[in-house]
Design a protein around this ligand. Structure first.
Ligand code: ADP
Length: 426
């Protein structure tokens, strides 16, 4: 599903940006071609002005003069002396047709009547070639008065070089646009992948969560169902035993559901911590006293270390911090063998409150330390005990995160695990 969405999103982003790029490129190309044509026509006009000026000044047109004009550019010249072609060199029939068309074009588009204003009339024009495949021309018609008659000169310049230049520019632009489009698609692909990755990850985690939760709920449910059906045929004493089992499994399920609701509430941000100034040493002492009977039952020794000096109040949610401490102490009692020692301590270094729960129990292997905060993760499922679903540390970690604090795990010197809570002085 995500692959499809990824591909479509990348395609959509790339298409939109490519469309904008293509429009901008076409606009730029149009402006660039126009200025190229304008400057080329302006250069042609300047040159024609010079040539027509030199024709007007000289009383006789020499063969060398005309040949020089033809040599200096890619010009073709035709001279009509009173409408009779003046042959200064031979012209092919196609050239003659071309000049005839140029003269027709000139007569259709320019109205020359007399030499009243100037003895030389000069008109430059863009002469489109009618035949396909051949290039267009710039044309210049010069009309001079000679010995009471009329000398007409037509100069044509093929636009092959200009057209070639425009063609190369278009090819270059198309190539660059195609390259840019490919780069944009790659960028869109990478960008959308970066965008979708957290969503994909969150969906993966949700699926895992649902699968793990269903798995955890199935065990107590199976016990409840089998106890319920077994109680139908058992005697009074057996029935009471089955009912006890149903009740304890029901409570186990209820605890698990509470934990799951708490975690999903944290994920949906429907849950928040209520910060208020709290005496952390008092809170630790109360939690310690509440856990003494639990530790005595195992039995493990429970010790507490509090700073001698008075501490500033810590801004935190006391209920939630107590919950975290209960999770850590509960784990410490569970994973520490009888006669073990659990130490609860508090320290303060002007910026941070440091709470530690250290035990000398079975410890946590190095490779497991980063994973124990994941939901439903148990370092060793075979040693999982009733009521341990692998959610405790995930809940503790979310609560500490909501306090902008940190929860760390390390080894206790001599064996066992030490959990450290760092709470900032807000
Ligand atoms: P659980 O409910 O299974 O204890 P937690 O999320 O609290 O789940 O802990 C995850 C895992 O981390 C536990 O299954 C256990 O393997 C390991 N663990 C947690 N606390 C300790 C501890 N004090 N000593 C050894 N292992 C621990």
């Amino acid at each position: 599903m995500f692959r499809k969405v990824h591909f479509r999103l990348a395609l959509l982003c790339a298409s939109i940006t490519c469309f904008i790029l293509a429009v901008m490129s076409c606009g730029y190309l149009y402006i660039s071609e126009k200025s190229l044509k304008d400057s080329s026509f302006a250069a042609f006009q300047d040159e024609m002005k010079d040539i027509s000026g030199s024709f007007a000044e000289s009383s006789v047109l020499t063969w060398e003069q005309l040949a020089r004009i033809e040599d200096q550019g890619t010009y073709s010249i035709q001279i009509l002396d009173n409408e009779v072609p003046l042959l200064f060199h031979r012209q092919s029939s196609s050239q003659e047709e071309l000049f005839a068309a140029a003269w027709r074009y000139f007569e259709e588009h320019f109205a020359f009547s007399s030499f009243e204003e100037s003895p030389v009339y000069c008109a430059e024009f863009d002469f489109p070639s009618k035949s396909s495949g051949s290039s267009d021309y710039y044309g210049c018609a010069i009309v001079l008065e000679r010995n009471g008659g009329m000398l007409k000169i037509m100069i044509l310049m093929p636009l092959t070089a200009l057209e070639q230049q425009i063609r190369s520019q278009r090819i270059l632009f198309s190539l660059l646009t195609a390259l840019a489009a490919a780069a944009l698609f790659l960028f869109a692909w990478y960008f959308t992948w970066k965008l979708l990755r957290p969503l994909e990850e969150s969906q993966r985690r949700q699926t895992q969560f649902v699968a793990a939760a269903s798995h955890e709920l199935r065990t107590p449910l199976a016990v409840i169902l089998s106890c319920a059906s077994a109680s139908r045929c058992g005697n009074e004493e057996e029935r009471a035993h089955f009912l006890d089992s149903i009740q304890s499994e029901g409570m186990r399920m209820s605890g698990l559901i509470d934990d799951m609701l708490l975690l999903s509430g944290m994920e949906a941000h429907t849950w928040s911590v209520e910060m208020r100034p709290t005496e952390l040493d008092t809170l630790l002492l109360e939690t310690f006293e509440a856990f003494e009977p639990v530790a005595a039952e195992k039995p493990v020794r429970l010790a507490i270390e509090l700073p001698q000096e008075a501490l500033p109040p810590c801004s935190c949610d006391p209920g939630r911090i107590r919950q975290v401490l209960s999770i850590l102490l509960h784990n410490a009692v569970s994973y520490t063998p009888a006669q073990g020692l659990i130490r609860l301590s508090l320290a303060y270094d002007r910026k941070t409150f440091r709470i530690q729960v250290a035990d000398n129990g079975i410890g946590i292997p190095e490779e497991e330390k980063s994973r124990i905060f994941e939901r439903f993760y148990r370092a060793d499922p075979s040693r999982s005990r009733k009521g341990h679903f692998g959610l405790g540390l995930a809940i503790a970690s979310e609560i500490i995160k909501a306090h902008q604090g940190q929860i760390l795990v390390g080894d206790t010197p001599g064996g066992g695990s030490t959990f450290t809570l760092l709470l900032p002085l807000l």
